[in-house]
Design a protein around this ligand. Structure first.
Ligand SMILES: [Zn+2]
Length: 190
């Protein structure tokens, strides 16, 4: 008798865990699909706008029924916090390609550093971020630029590798410590 009750309890627990997993897996998938900073075209201004989707809320929605997408952040907030969030249709249509990371990785793909001409290489989360050379001949890391400004910046700036960015920044900040040797086309830091 005791064994039978014990078996029933185990069976119920296993069934419960199975049902939980059945809901938890798509829920996790929803979370990973919708997390991260994205660039969309604002339907109101027709300009690039940086947004964040409430990924945890969407994941919770998937767990219980259907994901409900909502913005958790927008570069036009707080001024337009009461907008209809129609831009979410762009996220639903293609969640991956509007990710800022993906857009940046695509822009650097196949590009060479404007200084040393070495290939920039694929964008990695653990590597030093590549940089950009602006029309004012100053270098900056792409992550220092507001995401909504990236499309315009990418049309005017050039790709720079991390090493050259560090060298050029040092050269700009300490010109007295850098000697140019044109014959060797190298700069010597004193
Ligand atoms: Zn370089």
């Amino acid at each position: 008798m005791t064994i039978t009750v014990f078996t029933i309890i185990i069976a119920v627990l296993v069934l419960g865990a199975g049902l939980f997993l059945l809901r938890a897996i798509p829920s996790m998938r929803t979370y990973f699909t919708f997390r991260g900073k994205r660039l969309v075209t604002c339907p109101e201004t027709h300009k690039a706008t940086a947004i964040d989707v409430a990924a945890s809320e969407a994941a919770l929605g998937t767990f219980f029924n259907e994901p409900t997408l909502r913005l958790s952040q927008c570069s036009r907030w707080p001024e337009r916090q009461d907008c209809g969030q129609e831009c979410l249709q762009q996220v639903e249509a293609d969640p991956e390609n509007c990710l800022v990371w993906k857009i940046v990785a695509k822009w650097y793909e196949g590009k060479k550093c404007v200084f040393c001409h070495k290939p920039i290489g694929p964008l990695g989360h653990l590597d030093h971020a590549p940089a950009l050379l602006g029309p004012d001949f100053r270098t900056s890391e792409w992550s220092e630029i507001l995401p909504e400004q990236l499309p315009e910046v990418f049309s005017k700036y050039q790709a720079v590798c991390w090493n050259c960015h560090v060298t050029e920044t040092f050269r700009r900040l300490h010109p007295e410590m850098v000697v140019d040797r044109p014959a060797e086309t190298k700069r010597v830091i004193m």
